[in-house]
Design a protein around this ligand. Structure first.
Ligand code: PRP
Length: 208
């Protein structure tokens, strides 16, 4: 049985379609209910819907053999997993954003609000810029508006959230997309189905 952790939500549904096309179908997953685990013994698969930011935890600890996680989570938490494939979906970017017209004064410590403290610290360390990290758990855009921080480091997808809150991208840190990841032991002991899946999805991506 191959245990697959999918990120709950639109990205997970899109990614499931790729797995289905690769021969790992599990029709019951499409039933609209609140169940979290779905199994198809014929194909030897068990899917489960996890909170997107938790997928890598299930995979790293072996509760899932493979899963789909955003590159943002992999960069932030550095889970001990194999990254197998860029799924070229869930595309967005990690960026520094600030109120319109913001100018950085290098003589002052920069106050940075973010959910991604490690990514932000690494980025500013690479620039040699002294910062004060304010770790928040969501609605990061509030911080510079209320004077809690100078800038934010956050995910920007369409840019709508920034625009509607009078913020703009100041610098892009790194592009982000969804990645297929594997537990290290599973990759060794369940190599056959995992390799078949990777091959099929890579072909699907090439076909566009
Ligand atoms: C994310 C991110 C931004 C928003 C960006 O928030 O933190 O707030 O999406 O998307 P956009 O550029 O398309 O507007 P999420 O929905 O994950 O909620 P959060 O506030 O809890 O981080």
């Amino acid at each position: 049985m191959l245990n697959i952790a999918l990120p709950k939500g639109r990205l997970g549904e899109k990614v499931y379609a790729m797995f289905e096309k690769a021969g790992f179908e599990c029709p019951s997953i499409k039933e609209n209910n609140r169940k979290l685990i779905f199994e198809n013994e014929d194909c030897g698969v068990r899917y489960f819907w996890a909170k997107p930011s938790d997928v890598a935890i299930y995979v790293a600890r072996g509760a899932a053999d493979i899963g789909v996680a955003g590159k943002d989570i992999l960069l932030e938490y550095k889970p001990d997993i194999y990254e197998l494939l860029d799924l070229k979906t869930g595309n967005c970017r990690m960026a520094v954003a600030a109120p319109r017209g913001f100018r950085d004064d290098p003589r002052r410590t920069l106050k940075v609000a973010t959910k991604f403290s490690n990514i932000a610290s690494t980025y500013y360390a690479s620039l040699g810029r002294e910062i004060d990290i304010i770790h928040l758990n969501g609605s990061i855009e509030l911080a510079p508006i209320l004077g809690l921080s100078d800038v934010i480091v956050d995910i920007v997808e369409t840019g709508t959230t920034l625009k509607e809150n009078n913020l703009e991208v100041f610098e892009t840190i790194v592009p982000i997309s969804a990645r297929l990841i594997a537990n290290k032991a599973s990759f060794k002991f369940k190599s056959e189905p995992i390799e078949a899946l990777v091959k099929s999805i890579a072909e699907q991506l090439q076909e566009g």
